[in-house]
Design a protein around this ligand. Structure first.
Ligand code: FMN
Length: 138
């Protein structure tokens, strides 16, 4: 049964593009093997990530990610059983800051990227919008 898990966390130090690329390289290789897809966003020291795939694989990967010393304050925003994946184009897509982001945050009534203040639906919508305005540079 496929699930979708959305969580946010706080980077323990400012992440460079290189740091993000390292995470993505590992993520893309592992997720391919595990049948997991998703999207990662990083801005102003916060990560927001969605993982979709088979329940046991997503749960186990999440426990590994939550243990990762690069971040803390790992907080699950949404966990649900889904009929189909929304992010299947991406083993792990990535999007940094961009025009679409500011507009969405404004709509959500947020002054900055603050995933803890987002509802589950807002977090999902945010990640979906980013996936359609995908930053292919990373
Ligand atoms: C914000 C963040 C997101 C991550 N996302 C993934 C992911 O989607 N898939 C993955 O395999 N590892 C991800 N990682 C890395 C894992 O925490 C862990 O380092 C990795 O699974 C270890 O893989 P390895 O045993 O192949 O080195 C992420 C790490 C961070 C900090």
């Amino acid at each position: 049964m496929p699930v979708r898990l959305i969580y946010c966390s706080r980077a323990l130090r400012e992440m460079s593009l290189q740091d993000i690329q390292n995470i993505l390289r590992t993520a893309r290789a592992n997720n391919e093997r595990l049948g997991i897809c998703g999207m990662l966003s990083y801005q102003s020291s916060w990560f927001l990530q969605v993982l979709e795939g088979p329940r046991s694989e997503v749960n186990e990967l999440f426990l590994d990610i939550a243990d990762d010393p690069r971040h803390d304050a790992v907080t699950i925003i949404a966990y649900e059983y889904v009929d189909e994946a929304l992010f299947s184009d991406w083993r792990m897509g990535y999007a940094a800051d961009g025009g679409a982001v500011a507009q969405l945050l404004h709509e959500f009534g947020l002054e900055r990227f603050e995933p803890l203040a987002m509802s589950p639906l807002q977090a999902l919508r945010f990640l979906r919008e980013l996936s359609s305005a995908q930053d292919l540079a990373a």
